[in-house]
Design a protein around this ligand. Structure first.
Ligand code: GLC
Ligand code: GLC
Length: 808
């Protein structure tokens, strides 16, 4: 069942009923100011950091779950409603929500009045613009009131939700004309404030929540709206809000637009006050003027559209499969960019007050946006590498505002160092910017202890070799990619974190997955050594990789698939000898991607085992059989009920590893089948099962052992976005940059018989026309009329367009 449809020409998803199975959200903002917005207008806004600079309030775990947002109420002769359906939930005669790239448009109609709400963050502005268009579609003149509403968060979202003894006394506002200023804590150490403005004279306002809502009332039936009159309340403590009241009269067929601006302003300390106690509003005034007319809003929307048109033109495909086209051309890269901005901080599953930027996550996210925003990727790499320790290990996360590593989730995740190599390699392949390797980068943000980025990569590589276990496999440390496989933790106390507690230092628990990473990512390190003229280092690296490959085949092979790990006691994890958890997805993907056992048969066997034991109608589960009881020696993985999250959920992040692995053994049907199982556009028809937005990937879909298989959670902020983009664009469609050329190596089944890819790469556009037999054979390339051998289009410095014909 669907709840809407794609509109590809507008690059929008159109939701046609408010009753989606979960709030389906979108993101506003692409620089400093961001908002989350659901199809009913709920969500919140923040400047840069969702925890420390939260502008508007959102309540977690509340019922109904849409508590907080930007709401517009219409009141006409006692009848009141909200065009976004919630929070009033009066029946609408028509409802539509269009989520576009960086903006959302919600339209509701009732009794002949239509209200269209456009929400966006204009480029170059630290503000959300809300444009309300009112239309009289009836044949009588209508006079009614429009009320706006936002509730302010007292900036630090964590304190805001917990430190009530202080908060309920600190709230402060100022009202001047049609602008409501929120200035809590501005009197002391903050030099920032927020405002909510409308570009028309108001009939009244409210800034105190209880006055607006009424004692013991809720946002669905606020007193002020019910009575049709503002109370002009001024908040002192309690809960500051901003609500305007506008009186509107519309003749039949008439239309009127109002522009609301929710802005964020920082003043230099010396310019904080206009006079004692009164904020200096000069900067706010400038922002207000920039959006005082609908034409300015139109221009900003155009600006946003062209920004995305330019970004998305860098990789496009035209094929007969419209779902493939829409994911590759629009929604997958869009999600990659959002994930780049948000990391794992703010979604409807991440509260924005918890996690910082992950070392491993950020490196992988980079794979999905590096071709769109290479300069930001460069900065991101330097930021991440600056939190690395001198021994090559890393804090598991760092804070976006301070860019410093923190120990909230600890360190010692032994896969972390290798991801840095992968991220840097992807950046250099995209840009050819080897100069980044010479950048001087601190260890642990200590400017007195720095080394070249290349040296950081060496430390990453060596970190694996310096931490080998009894079988010669890499030690797992606290965990590897699978945060929940905690082989040294042994936690028996509730409330302890699996990621930071205990951690025995027996140096016994080993990870076959990290070994696979070492063999897959290690060659990139060797290639970069060569490029830097360090042939000895490159050779040594290749020797070590070859050695590791042997170790994997000897100690990491279980007979029919790759083992997952050895636990603290040296027992196998992910083996047919195990009671539960006999086979894991991660090592099958990463070892085959590395080519381990490709010529000797293990690779095919491992992938066949995946098909037989892990594949389901909804995707590939992480492990099978699911753990049915808690295993103290395995940690958090066995804490989840069977079928959910790491315990045999379909973790969409590593499904693409299997897709890529299938292309390594040249089985296009399987690769594409796995792709279609989890890719949102292909499962739009089962939205009632899937529950999450049909335009973006979710982190997890419940697996076959779950009570509701196929039900997804954790949409939006997941490495799934980047990895699926890598799988589909670089391995299925097969166009990927290498150090000195663009590889064209499609591996798709016959159901996609021909397609054209346009790939902008280092200043040149490569237009690649593919004729595909679907048998997974080797490609034959003709570049600008001349046949070339192999699958690589040589780098062309000429700019303009290069034409490539490819026959598979
Ligand atoms: C989450 C984490 C990621 C981890 C994965 C598997 O997505 O953000 O770092 O690799 O879970 O545990
Ligand atoms: C990852 C996992 C999650 C786990 C968390 C711990 O995000 O997906 O299941 O709880 O790591 O930090």
């Amino acid at each position: 069942m669907r709840f809407g449809h794609f509109d590809d020409s507008a690059r929008e998803y159109v939701i046609t009923t408010p009753r989606t199975p979960f709030p389906w959200i979108n993101y506003l903002g692409s620089e400093g100011f961001f908002g989350l917005i659901s199809h009913m207008g709920s969500g919140y806004s923040f400047y840069r950091d969702a925890r420390l600079r939260r502008l508007t309030r959102y309540r977690y775990n509340s019922v109904p779950n849409e508590q907080g947002g930007r709401f517009f109420y219409i009141q006409e002769n006692g009848d009141y409603w909200t065009p976004s359906y919630a929070p009033v939930k009066a029946e609408l005669d028509a409802f539509e929500c269009r989520h576009g790239l960086g903006y959302t448009r919600i339209t509701g109609q009732r009794k002949g009045l239509e209200a269209e709400l456009l929400f966006m963050v204009p480029r170059g502005f630290n503000a959300e613009v809300h444009q309300v268009t009112l239309r009289n579609k009836s044949n009588t003149t209508r006079t009614f009131k429009l009320f706006s509403f936002v509730e302010f968060c007292l900036w630090n979202a964590h304190d805001d939700a917990t430190n009530l003894q202080r908060n309920l006394s600190t709230g402060e506002v100022e009202v001047e004309g049609s602008t409501i200023y929120h200035k809590t804590e501005y009197r002391e150490r903050r030099n920032h404030f927020a405002f909510y403005h409308v570009n028309a004279p108001v009939a009244g306002f409210d800034t105190d929540r209880e006055s607006f809502v009424g004692l013991y009332n809720h946002l669905g039936e606020p007193d002020v709206v019910k009575n049709g009159a503002s109370k002009n309340s001024v908040a002192h403590g309690w809960a500051p809000v901003a609500s305007h009241c506008l009186e509107v009269t519309l003749a039949p067929g008439a239309e009127r637009k109002f522009v609301f601006t929710l802005g964020y302003i920082e003043n230099p300390v010396a310019e904080k006050w206009q006079k004692p106690g009164v904020i200096n509003k000069r900067r706010a005034q400038a922002m207000i003027e920039a959006f005082s007319k609908p034409e300015q809003v139109d221009a900003a929307l155009q600006g946003l559209r062209s920004h995305w048109t330019e970004l998305l033109s860098r990789y496009t495909v035209q094929s007969s499969d419209e779902k493939l086209n829409r994911m590759v051309n629009i929604w997958n890269p869009y999600q990659c960019v959002v994930t780049f901005h948000m990391s794992r901080s703010a979604s409807y599953f991440e509260t924005g007050i918890g996690r910082g930027m992950g070392f491993r996550d950020s490196n992988q996210d980079l794979l999905g946006f590096v071709h769109l925003l290479p300069d930001l990727a460069r900065q991101r790499i330097i930021d991440i590498a600056s939190t690395q320790f001198a021994d090559g290990s890393a804090y598991h996360q760092y804070q976006p505002l301070t860019k410093r590593g923190n120990n909230d989730i600890g360190s010692g995740f032994n896969d972390d160092p290798m991801w840095l190599i992968l991220g840097v390699a992807a950046y250099i392949k995209e840009t050819g910017d080897y100069g980044i390797l010479d950048e001087s980068v601190p260890f642990d943000n200590d400017e007195k202890n720095t080394a070249s980025l290349m040296e950081h990569l060496t430390r990453s590589f060596e970190h694996v070799l310096n931490n080998l276990g009894p079988h010669g496999l890499p030690l797992i440390g606290r965990a590897d990619w699978n945060d929940c496989l905690n082989l040294n933790c042994f936690s028996e106390t509730p409330d302890e974190s699996y990621q930071t507690t205990g951690n025995r230092t027996g140096r016994t628990a080993e990870s076959v997955f990290i070994a696979g990473m070492f063999c897959h990512i290690g060659p990139e390190y060797a290639a970069l050594c060569d490029k830097k003229g360090q042939a000895d280092k490159a050779q040594r690296a290749r020797r070590e990789i070859a050695k590791m490959e042997k170790v994997v085949l000897e100690h990491g092979w279980d007979g029919d698939w790759f083992l997952r790990a050895y636990d603290f006691f040296g027992n196998k994890v992910g083996s047919k000898e195990c009671e539960d958890g006999k086979i894991f997805i991660e090592p099958q993907g990463y070892c085959v991607m590395a080519g381990i056992g490709k010529d000797s048969g293990q690779a095919l066997k491992a992938l066949d085992a995946v098909k037989e034991r892990l594949d389901t109608p909804y995707g590939i589960v992480l492990v099978n059989p699911a753990y049915t009881r808690y295993h103290v020696e395995l940690g958090e993985i066995s804490s989840y009920p069977p079928g959910y999250k790491e315990n045999a959920g379909i973790f969409c992040h590593n499904n693409p590893w299997i897709m890529i692995a299938e292309t390594v053994v040249r089985r296009p049907e399987r690769a594409f089948e796995y792709y279609k199982k989890i890719t949102p556009a292909y499962i739009e028809d089962i939205s009632e099962v899937h529950k999450m937005e049909p335009y973006v990937y979710s982190q997890m879909i419940a697996g076959k052992d779950a009570v509701k298989p196929g039900e997804a959670k954790n949409s939006w902020l997941t490495g799934t976005a980047a990895w699926n983009f890598v799988a589909v664009s670089q391995h299925l469609l097969g166009v990927r940059p290498d150090y000195d050329g663009l590889i064209v190596d499609p591996c798709l089944p016959a159901e996609v018989p021909q397609f054209t890819i346009s790939r902008w790469w280092r200043g040149t556009t490569y237009v690649i026309q593919v004729k595909n037999s679907g048998k997974g054979g080797q490609p034959k390339l003709v570049v600008d009329g001349k046949p070339v051998t192999g699958n690589r289009v040589p780098y062309s410095a000429k700019g303009g367009t290069v034409h490539v014909e490819c026959t598979v």
